[in-house]
Design a protein around this ligand. Structure first.
Ligand SMILES: [Zn+2]
Length: 435
């Protein structure tokens, strides 16, 4: 199970592009059925990376024979994973064929983000469309772990019911808790901002969701954010991307040469705990002086408003509170503007270190940073530019296009990788979808 998740998240669109060059993706002795399913996965990835095209073009581009292609497309269509669409007139000599497209009507993946103050869910279909999305405010640190997981399970069940009623199969669920994950145990080892230690999330949630629970995997929020953002930037030829999550915790998701970087234990990207606060504030992780204590959401709220201010009220949706602060900045409120300047300075120092270490082509600011992109991007870009040693160390700074839902969407995309790895997991169309 765990190994599936790991290979899933690393199978980014760019990897698919590389895989597309190889007609037989699996080395060594493989039986016919394995070869067939691998080639079907190859076709699905090719369609995802390059869009719909004719059988003839698919055969030419993947190196599979036309006869094999026809048979595999037939199989994929019977499983409801592809369908024929328009006439494909590109790159063909003679009679144009019908395009084959990914079919989003049969399967989807679901992603769940458990954050300090909200639970966010997203379902993405095979064609990459977001078909369901929800965000619910919750004050996680004030609730017991059991109460939080009860809430998550009930939100998940509501979404699963609605997806299954629409006739789709849910292939998997990726849950993102804001902490360090023990992949083998399906547990959160340590979530500093929640005070959670060794919580077996996968088994606890499976039990609560019930017998119809799809397979559940865990992944870090910043890593999923990076996967979701990468899905939107890869078509621009970007293969090295740094995603910076901006919540109470701050973390990085690193895509290098098209691969999600995890480190040996999944600990990579814990940049919120870089020692960058000269005043050495206490951090939830047990250390002092961590970067997130001066750039995280709690730091921003503390700088921008006094304790009794409505923007500190956890029962209000975070987006509403951020809108309030954004409106104050727009109205020229000096305290809010000064808070943004301070955050920008601290962000610039940390980011310039990350740029030197990782050499990303694109840096995507997520979470609350994205909310204040119109205030942060320009001065931050100037700060990075001022420290740039050479053209080769330049990075394009952008804000997340996915807003607060990037983690949940990334989770849904990662869950779908199971289908790209083995399309035969989805039964043929005459067997009705599960549930
Ligand atoms: Zn820390």
């Amino acid at each position: 199970m765990t190994s599936t998740t790991r290979s899933a998240a690393t199978s980014t669109p760019s990897q698919s592009r590389r895989a597309a060059a190889r007609p037989a993706p699996r080395a060594g002795r493989v039986d016919q059925a394995q070869m067939r399913s691998a080639n079907m996965g190859l076709i699905l990835r090719h369609l995802r990376a390059h869009g719909g095209r004719s059988r003839a073009r698919l055969a030419a581009e993947t190196g599979l024979s036309k006869a094999t292609m026809s048979s595999l497309i037939g199989d994929l269509a019977e499983r409801g994973l592809v369908r024929e669409g328009q006439l494909d007139r590109a790159g063909t000599v003679g009679r144009p064929g019908l395009t084959v497209d990914l079919d989003g009507r049969r399967v989807c993946g679901v992603g769940v983000e458990i954050n300090v103050d909200y639970i966010s869910l997203a379902a993405v279909d095979l064609a990459g469309s977001v078909i369901r999305e929800s965000a619910t405010p919750i004050d996680v640190p004030r609730l017991s772990v059991e109460a939080v997981l009860d809430r998550v399970a009930s939100l998940v069940n509501r979404m699963l019911d609605s997806i299954r009623e629409a006739g789709l199969m849910v292939i998997g669920l990726t849950v993102s808790p804001p902490g360090v994950i023990d992949y083998d145990a399906g547990a959160v080892r340590f979530a500093p901002n929640l005070g959670w230690r060794s919580i077996p999330i996968v088994s606890e949630l499976s039990h609560r969701i019930g017998p119809d629970a799809p397979p559940i995997h865990l992944e870090n929020d910043a890593k999923l954010g990076a996967v979701a953002e990468y899905a939107t930037h890869a078509s621009d030829g970007v293969d090295d991307l740094l995603y910076l999550s901006g919540d109470v915790g701050v973390g990085a998701g690193i895509i290098a040469e098209g691969q999600l970087i995890r480190g040996w234990s999944g600990f990579s990207g814990e940049v919120g705990h870089l020692p960058l606060d000269p005043e050495g504030r206490q951090c939830g992780c047990g250390r002092t002086g961590c970067w997130e204590t001066i750039v995280g959401l709690a730091a921003f709220l503390r700088l921008a408003a006094s304790e009794d201010d409505e923007v500190h009220d956890p029962s209000r949706p975070l987006e509403d509170r951020l809108h309030t602060l954004h409106a104050r900045a727009d109205a020229g409120d000096e305290r809010t503007l000064q808070a943004l300047r301070t955050i920008t300075d601290h962000l610039g120092r940390g980011l310039s270190i990350l740029v030197d270490v990782l050499n990303p082509r694109v840096i995507v600011l997520g979470g609350y940073f994205a909310f204040f992109g119109d205030y942060l991007l320009e001065p931050l870009g100037a700060a990075l530019e001022a420290r740039r040693m050479d053209e080769g160390s330049g990075a394009r700074l952008v804000v997340s296009r996915l807003g607060m839902s990037s983690t949940a969407r990334g989770g849904a995309i990662v869950a779908l990788e199971t289908v790209f790895d083995d399309p035969t997991l989805v039964g043929t169309a005459h067997i009705s979808p599960r549930g």
